[in-house]
Each structure stands twice: as C-alpha cells, then as structure tokens.
Design a protein around this ligand. Structure first.
Ligand code: MG
Length: 248
C-alpha cells in the first residue's frame, strides 16, 4: 500500500524536510581535514535536537549513531567513529529527522578540500542523476520512469548504480512502500499520484555496482574498492509536479 498524504501532512513533511536540509548545510560547513566522523555525528544530533526533532537513524534497527557517514569506497550506512577526514576524501552523509510524526531523509556526498577529477565527476553525475529522477516524479508517470532516468544518466557516464539498496516511500514511517530502485525499465511499476512522497536516492559507483557489508554489520562498501557517491532527497509528488522537501 502506497500511502497518499494530504496537503496538511505534506506541510508537516516540509517541516521535517527543512530540519534535515539545515542539518546538511551545517555538516557541509564542518567537513574538513582532521574532523572525525564522530564529531560530524555529534554536530548533527545536537542540531536536530535543538530544532525539537529526533535523529531518525539513532537506534533504527540498532544503528548506533545519528548520521550515516560513508567515506570513499564506503557506499552507505557507515558508522561514525574516530576516523579523521583527509584532504582528497569524499564523504557521503545521510541524515534523517523525525518531527511531529513525520520523517525527512536526505543525503549528499561532500569533497574534503580538493578531490581527484574522477571523484569530482562521480559526485556531479550522481547528483545530476538524482535530479533526472526527481523530474520524473509527477502524476501520471510510472514509478520506474524515475528509476530508468537515474540509471540512464549514470550508465551513459560510465558509472554504475547500486542494485542492493534502493529509495523508498516515506511519511509516518521512515521506510514505506514503494521501493524506489535506481535501475529498471521505464513505463513499469505503480502509477504515480499526487500525495505520494518518495525518498529518491541514487548510490553510484565508479566501478562495479556490486557491494559487500563489513564485519561491523552496517558499513556497505563497493566490492571492487572503487569510489561511491550518494545523493538523496525527500520528494512530494504534487498535482503540478515534484516538490523537493529537503532542498539545501
Ligand atoms: Mg533514504
């Protein structure tokens, strides 16, 4: 069942989305050489709590932190810790907030000072693929029109989309139906309707799309050690098209 949100519910989701967005803005300023991923986590938690919201990931299925911090070949679900960022790293940060009964969820990959041309291009292609997907999030389209648009942009640029992890519906639960893959044939899947809210989140690798999970049970890395980037927005489908609720 894909839930349809009322305009009042979407207004509450805008508020949750703005909290996520402002957290990512704070994190963007804090990403620099020498900072630990744990320091970023603390910053995010304090910021979210100051805004009277709750970090959505903290304790989710036992996850021990408020953000996911995934560096270089780490794809998603990296656990913040003592690792210090170094110039040339890229870091994907995923943030979720729960506010007045609704969730917001977004992610972005940030460069730590100057990064390689390949990393630069990976971040741009991944971010652009997210916006190609968002453009398809409108009433009358099919769900997989989003998926196909993301995949086409990524693969035409020589990169690969992760298959094992996908986007999702979002609302009073962080993960609702439907799953939103970043690959698949256009014209398939459920018809999109006004009132659906989706977290669209391409995870893109410079090498193989295949991934594996580390022994910590959380951190997902590329199987071949290639670089990975992740961009995500919570997007409401309105009568006249998509509205990004987590714009920052
Ligand atoms: Mg998500």
């Amino acid at each position: 069942m894909i839930t349809i949100k009322s305009l009042q519910e979407i207004e509450l989701m805008r508020q949750a989305g703005r909290i996520v967005a402002s957290t990512l803005r704070e994190l963007a300023k804090a990403v620099k050489p020498g900072v630990t991923t744990m320091q970023l986590d603390t910053l995010a938690r304090r910021h979210i709590e100051k805004l009277n919201a709750r970090p959505a990931f903290l304790g989710y299925q036992g996850f021990p932190a408020s953000i996911c911090a995934s560096v270089n070949e780490e794809v998603v679900h990296g656990i913040p810790g003592p690792r210090r960022l170094e110039a040339g790293d890229i870091i994907s940060i995923d943030v979720g907030a729960y506010f007045k009964g609704y969730y917001g969820d977004a992610a972005a990959t940030f460069p730590v000072e100057k990064v390689s041309p390949l990393a630069e291009r990976l971040m741009k292609v991944t971010k652009d693929s997210l916006f190609k997907g968002i453009e398809k999030a409108r009433p009358g389209n099919h769900l997989y029109d989003i998926s196909a648009a993301v995949q086409a942009h990524v693969e035409s640029n020589g990169f690969s989309v992760v298959r094992k992890y996908v986007g999702h519906g979002i609302g009073t639960e962080m993960h609702e139906e439907p799953q939103v893959p970043n690959f698949g044939p256009p014209g398939r899947g459920p018809l999109l309707e006004a009132g659906m809210v989706l977290a669209i989140e391409p995870m893109v690798n410079t090498g193989t799309w295949d991934v594996k999970t580390l022994d910590d049970g959380w951190t997902v890395i590329t199987k071949d050690g290639s670089l990975s980037a992740h961009f995500e927005h919570t997007v409401a489908i309105l009568q006249d098209g998509p509205e990004i609720l987590t714009s920052f």
